[in-house]
Design a protein around this ligand. Structure first.
Ligand SMILES: [Zn+2]
Length: 194
C-alpha cells in the first residue's frame, strides 16, 4: 500500500519553461501565481500553488498545486504537495537538515491552519506569501481555519522568516478570476450539520 498524489502533466510541461533559478522573490511569486491560475483553469484542483526554492540561489526544487478534489485527499493543499515533492526529490524529510542549503516556500496565499502547522516540521527557513488570509476568504469564500493570532511570531521564533504581501494585487486578481469562474469552493466541515 502506498499513499500517492498525482501531479498533472501540465505542471511538468510548464516547469520546463521556467529557468532553473528564479533569483528574485517577485519572479518566484509570479511563477507560483501562474501555476495557481492554470490549476483551476485546467480543472486539476483549487486556485493554489506553492514553490520550494533554495533561499540563496533561487534554484527551483519543486512546484506543487492543490490536488484535494481530484485526488480525494483533504490534505493535498499546494504547500503540502510542494514540500512533499521537494523532500522526496532531495531524499530527506527535513529541508533544513545538516549541510543542506536553506530553503524557502513561496505561496500565492497565506497558508491555512493545517499548512501553517506543517511549516516547522518541513525544515524550511523562509515563507513568502502573496494574498493575505483575509483577502482569500473575502474573495473566494474558502475557510482558512483557526490560525494562531501571532502566527508570524511563532514561525520566526522557530527560525522561519516571513515575507508578506508579495505581488498581492496579482494574487488577488487570480482569486477574483477563480471566484468569477463559478468553480466549486470546497471546505471541510465547519461545525454545521449539513
Ligand atoms: Zn493549506
Amino acid at each position: 500500500m502506498r499513499v500517492s498524489i498525482e501531479i498533472p502533466a501540465w505542471v511538468l510541461t510548464e516547469q520546463t519553461k521556467l529557468p532553473t533559478h528564479l533569483t528574485s522573490t517577485e519572479a518566484q511569486m509570479e511563477a507560483v501565481i501562474h501555476f495557481s491560475r492554470l490549476n483551476f483553469q485546467n480543472q486539476t484542483g483549487g486556485p493554489f500553488a506553492a514553490g520550494v526554492f533554495e533561499k540563496e540561489t533561487g534554484k527551483l526544487i519543486a512546484i506543487g498545486v492543490n490536488r484535494v478534489v481530484p485526488e480525494h485527499v483533504s490534505s493535498a493543499h499546494a504547500e503540502i504537495v510542494a514540500l512533499s515533492l521537494a523532500q522526496q526529490s532531495l531524499e530527506t524529510f527535513d529541508l533544513g537538515g545538516p549541510g543542506m542549503p536553506h530553503h524557502r516556500l513561496v505561496v500565492n496565499g497565506r497558508p491555512c491552519a493545517m499548512c501553517f502547522g506543517s511549516l516547522p516540521w518541513s525544515g524550511i527557513r523562509s515563507l513568502v506569501i502573496g494574498a493575505s488570509g483575509e483577502q482569500i476568504e473575502t474573495i473566494t469564500g474558502f475557510d482558512e481555519g483557526p490560525i494562531h493570532p501571532r502566527w508570524q511570531d511563532e514561525l520566526q521564533s522557530r527560525g522561519i522568516d516571513v515575507i508578506e504581501d508579495v505581488l498581492a494585487d496579482q494574487a488577488c486578481d487570480m482569486f477574483r478570476e477563480f471566484a468569477a469562474s463559478g468553480a466549486k469552493v470546497y471546505n471541510g466541515r465547519s461545525g454545521s450539520d449539513d
